[in-house]
Design a protein around this ligand. Sequence first.
Ligand code: WT7
Length: 561
Amino acid sequence: MEAAIIPPQSAGYNIETEWVEGEPFDWNTVNARFTWNTTGKVNMAYECIDRHVDEGNGERIALHYLSEEEEFTYTFSELKREVNRWANVLLRYGVKKGDFVFVFLPKHPYCHIAMFAAIKIGAVVGPLFEAFMEEAVKDRINDCEGKYLITEDSFLDRVNREEMPSLSTVFTIDKTDGAIPSITSEAEKASTELDTVWVDLEDGLNIHYTSGSTGKPKGIIHAHRNMIQQFQTGRWVLDLKEEDVYWCTAHPGWVTGTVYGVFAPLLNGVTTVIHGGRFSAKAWYEVLEKAKVSVWYSAPTAFRMLKGQSEGIHAHYDLSSLRHILSVGEPLNPEVIHWAYQTWGLRIHDTWWMTETGAQLIANLPTRPIKPGSMGKPIPGIEVEILDEEGQPLPPQETGHLAIRSTWPSIMKEVWKNPDKFASYFPFGEDWYLAGDLAYVDEEGYVFFQGRSDDMINSSGERIGPFEVESKLLEHPAVRESGVIGKPDPLRGEIVKAFIVVRDGYKDRDGLMEDLRRFVKTELAGHCAPREIEFIDELPKTQISGKVLRRELKKRDKVNS
Ligand code: WT7
């Protein structure tokens, strides 16, 4: 067993004043933090922005944007006015409470503004990852019959309107000649005053599509009540304090980018950094230095890439503002924690949660020792159990199904039009939510991730359904059969690997590999494209139903590599 890394003396918000370890935590005590607790008027956008203006903090910086070309900020007052203008435009185009408004934009304050404008008038926002290709966009919007889309001109070639009949209006953020409405041009003329549409805590807030091992991605809907846990984990786990500058590197198209890149920091009134542009160690160190980032939330693959590129350069940057680092999305290997501790003098705090859970449930709190290799312990108010195949609790050190006692404030509201899928998370009755992860717990309650119990692939922290990639590959004329697995990879955790049975007559195997990769990349999304392809004579299948046995493919791959 590796030695634990103890917290520095100054670490962290003093959680013990609110909660005694081992005792239950009453989430209702958090309600007092919100204006609706006294006014009865609920809206996430109001709590993230307007309340800070009302409390006299309107001149504080809400958003700090940096890219290679530009750098600018929005104060909370400016953000409020801009969101109101955009919301007024949306109202004029008929957006109503409960409508789905999709936002398909790069990392930029406009993405935040579009999201809040929709939320503030009661719509359910669907942020789309900027690298989604035509089919990924279409599948999502068609599934929930999305009516509105806010995007930019350069993304329009991935928006196939003919095949999305529910879409009534597509807005661009560019100043166009009027071919489609320009939300920025119209917002300039719109009022900065807005009557917020008050909602119920249980009303829909956002939808994120997420993959499992079967079928197309499912729409996970979250409710405004999520703010309770998102605010509180912002304090306890992110350790956010008024003077912090906080940077979450995820795009809002992933749930981390929405919950911890948009909601949690602004609920806490903290300056949120947005970096426009791609990853490079140099670009990221520049952001950390220039924006004086103090709290930083990223993912293991990014840390591993930084480790690979940091040699000789990190010392050139002034990272003295940085005080708290967190990670999520995939296993954080101990080597990276040790490297970071040596290089930056700080611990990386792993956290665990899922799209469906709406907020962090397991985490390394700043005041606790970190055991490298563990995701930490359940946060206050969350109870974790490891269950066997029959749903019985297992003793410490034994691996089984990671289960969370339901319920908690930010659990998903529903899986869109799919109650069976929702029920499938509770195979042992409604008391226990099953994550689909395998884990064990040690004698002190630290949780150790051991893998997935299904075939879902996790590449660079991005969740990929093998079925989706297999189906896409089958659309290619050269493919007779396909089987897709996650193959262990030192940098990305896993990579997508495809096994292909080729139709007769396709001879140019090298050319075909490249072609298949490009096919998935351009039609579905870059992160789904198989990095490795192997041609095979026959796929292993179940005898009765003829389903691809991905487990067998995994075994075969391990033996051969
Ligand atoms: C799955 C959820 C919302 C967080 C971003 C991913 C894996 C998540 C960890 C971690 C090992 C992790 C699990 C989980 N995962 N955090 N700290 N260590 N694995 O959200 O796309 O909904 O995926 O990501 O397998 O079930 P997601």
